[in-house]
Ligand binder design. Structure first.
Ligand SMILES: [Zn+2]
Length: 322
């Protein structure tokens, strides 16, 4: 059963919004498109596990995309399977073409191009250590932690180092590998309440990756198209007209265009927003339309009326996305 279901990660949505707003003449356009394509391919590889994971016993708890603070940094798990006897990490690699593992590197050949990547088995073992460490800091040491590398169906695998073969699987075989582990680790390590507690810790400690987007993409604010986007035709041609939003291109009246723009704002620039930056981004003339949008959506704020800073925090974001 999914406790944390598969969904597009925050940083992937950030790049998606950026790509939609970035002017075609930006020198960074190609680089942004390429980064978005890499992220999207990675996510599609993860989404492909949705079907096979339906065949995992309902008592096994499934988490997609967890990211925890490590001592100095963060570590990220594509999937985690929590049972009362063991934990299993799934590391997903979605690479098209011939993929060879030689025990040191992963080498991908496609269309006469050869690319080298770090060995994903080593990466998965490192995540095992990091998760073990995380568990012991929360007094859950002694739980067996295992890992698998899951490849997409477009990978043709080849193992120069045969020891790698046992650790690398295709999506369809994942439920069988979990069943094998259940046979191997029959001893119940966690009571039902301990399992619930661990589930709570995993969710509470998760910190999604949120990029300092413009800095990460090396894009300046002036390269972004301003205005309110029409969900029907995709143009930034929505204006405020007689207390409703109206698309000047296709005459659609999107009811929540203002809220959608705030969601975009948070992904592009972070949570802090002022009346002025709101008007600039949405291309609004009216001070009161901006103020109404910010106050009716109950954004928390700091400061007096003139220099008030509002915050599109996580709670507000969830509310806006409903
Ligand atoms: Zn339109």
């Amino acid at each position: 059963m999914f406790v944390k279901p598969i969904e597009v990660p925050f940083h992937v949505r950030q790049y998606d919004y950026l790509n939609k707003r970035l002017i075609a003449s930006s020198p960074r356009k190609k680089a942004v498109e390429a980064q978005l394509a890499r992220y999207t391919t990675g996510f599609h590889g993860e989404a492909a596990l949705n079907y096979p994971l339906q065949f995992v016993p309902p008592d096994d708890l499934l988490f997609h995309n967890l990211r925890f603070p490590d001592r100095a940094n963060f570590f990220q798990l594509d999937f985690l399977v929590l049972t009362r006897s063991f934990l299993m990490i799934l590391e997903v690699k979605n690479l098209k073409g011939k993929v060879m593992l030689n025990g040191r590197q992963m080498i991908r050949s496609l269309n006469n191009e050869v690319e080298a990547y770090p060995d994903p088995v080593i990466q998965a073992l490192r995540h095992q250590c990091q998760l073990n460490d995380w568990l012991s800091r929360r007094n859950f040491s002694g739980l067996p932690v295992k890992s698998l590398v899951v490849f997409g169906t477009r990978s043709v695998l080849n193992f120069e180092d045969k020891t790698r073969a046992a650790q690398c699987v295709m999506p369809d075989t994942v439920p069988f590998r979990i069943a094998e582990l259940s046979d191997r680790f029959q001893k119940t390590m966690l009571s039902e309440s301990e399992c619930g507690q661990l589930k709570h810790f995993l969710l509470a400690d998760h910190q999604p990756l949120e990029l300092d987007l413009l800095h990460h993409a090396k894009v300046s604010r002036t390269e972004l198209i301003r205005g309110v986007r029409c969900p029907a035709c995709g143009r930034f041609s929505v204006v405020r007209s007689f207390r409703t939003w109206l698309c000047m291109n296709c005459a659609h009246r999107p009811k929540y265009a203002g809220e959608d723009a705030l969601i975009e704002y948070r992904h592009l620039f972070g949570s802090a927003i002022t009346n002025r930056s709101c008007r600039e981004f949405l291309r609004l003339d009216s001070d009161s339309v901006a103020r109404k949008l910010l106050t009716t959506n109950q954004l928390p704020y700091e400061g007096s009326t003139r220099d008030r800073v509002y915050y599109i925090n996580d709670q507000v974001l969830k509310q806006l996305e409903k």
